[in-house]
Design a protein around this ligand. Structure first.
Ligand code: BEZ
Length: 221
């Protein structure tokens, strides 16, 4: 993903979407945001992803995260495709609960480095990869994930990651492998033991290791 790095201010692009023309920062307001791209409308993996995204949209809402999808077809195609998506989704919503950006000329996909050179449409033009960008309330990019068109994403994993991003934005902790909300977290290495003891009233436990170094420090946030 050339050009855009973690911590960069996400571009304040303008785009046509299924809810009309938007300016991205205005769309986000003071919320967190997740933008996820799709190779093409009316394709099988994308349809399963959007159907799942619709089903779990309340979980994103609970976390204060605005969702927006992108695909390289027109707004009209997006509206028609959304009907298929909702027909196969087990969401209780009647219509797709988030907008889809129409990037029919691929301008945004090029700007954000989202094209997958290995996947092409019938005219030989590259399709969009499966990118995920999580944007913080400060409009800075907090996470990016890039999957090829042939591999669908896992929206439970996105929610898990967002839980980690939101927690670690507030507290001087890091989340270990397979962490889930409610699990113990790790004290970040830059904190001294004295600072950690002062910051974490639930206490800090240290796992002993052969090196004798006290770096595996856990706390309940
Ligand atoms: C799909 O969504 O199923 C798909 C789209 C482009 C290439 C491969 C799969």
């Amino acid at each position: 993903m050339p050009g855009l790095l973690l911590g960069d201010v996400f571009p304040n692009f303008e785009a046509d979407t299924t809810i009309g023309r938007i300016k991205f920062h205005d769309f986000l307001g003071s919320s967190w945001g997740v933008l996820f791209s799709h190779p093409k409308d009316f394709t099988p993996v994308c349809t399963t992803e959007l159907a799942c995204a619709a089903k779990v949209s309340d979980e994103f809402k609970k976390r204060g995260v605005k969702m927006i999808a992108l695909s390289i077809d027109s707004v009209e195609d997006h509206h028609n495709w959304s009907k298929d998506v909702m027909a196969v989704s087990s969401s209780t919503a009647k219509t797709l609960p988030f907008p889809i950006i129409a990037d029919h000329n691929r301008a945004l996909s090029i700007e954000l480095g989202m094209l997958d050179p290995d996947e092409r449409d019938s005219d030989g033009l590259p399709l969009t990869a499966r990118c995920v960008f999580v944007i913080g309330p400060d409009k800075k990019m907090k996470l990016s994930i890039l999957y090829p068109a042939t591999t669908g994403r896992n929206f439970d994993e996105l929610l898990r990651v967002i839980d980690s991003l939101q927690l670690t934005a507030q507290k001087k902790v890091a989340t270990p492998v397979d962490w889930k909300l409610g699990d113990k977290v790790m004290v970040i290495p830059s904190l001294s033991d004295a600072e950690a003891a002062a910051l974490f009233p639930n206490g800090v436990t240290t796992k002993e290791v052969p090196s004798g170094k006290n770096y595996l420090r856990y706390t309940q946030p």
